[in-house]
Design a protein around this ligand. Sequence first.
Ligand SMILES: [Zn+2]
Length: 161
Amino acid sequence: MSARTTPIPTFVDSLSFARSGETLAGEYTVSGMVRLQGLLASGDGTIRFQLSGSMTAGRPTLQLLLDAELRLVCQRCLEPYTQSVRSVSDMPIARDERELARWESDDPLIDGQIADPKLDVRNLAEDEILLSLPLMPRHAEGECSLGYECSPGDESSPAVD
Ligand SMILES: [Zn+2]
């Protein structure tokens, strides 16, 4: 696996990026992501990303695709394991708060953001990965050293301290 040699810009102008339909793709190492690292069993994962702009439903929209393999700690056996994390986020970019408020009144589920001439792409990727991590990290069925049966619908059981 060779790393990309093209440097990834730290910041993009979110509104013009979305409007012009640009695409940016690359990889981040988790070693630069302080908030994420605190949740990981080790800091040697990578996060592949693709950020692309489009006009969607008449709104300049950023789409962020993320694909990562991270080392988490299984909450059943407390051993590290590799978790695949994928996420797709569509973020309409509003010019200002008034425009965003108008979009939100049209569509309460919209995940809009206000235009940011210096959008920190890595920080955005970290935010989205944090939202995509499992609430109860654990080995896949059959791969845990504590191999007891665990019903697939067990997501709601509270963590035990
Ligand atoms: Zn386990």
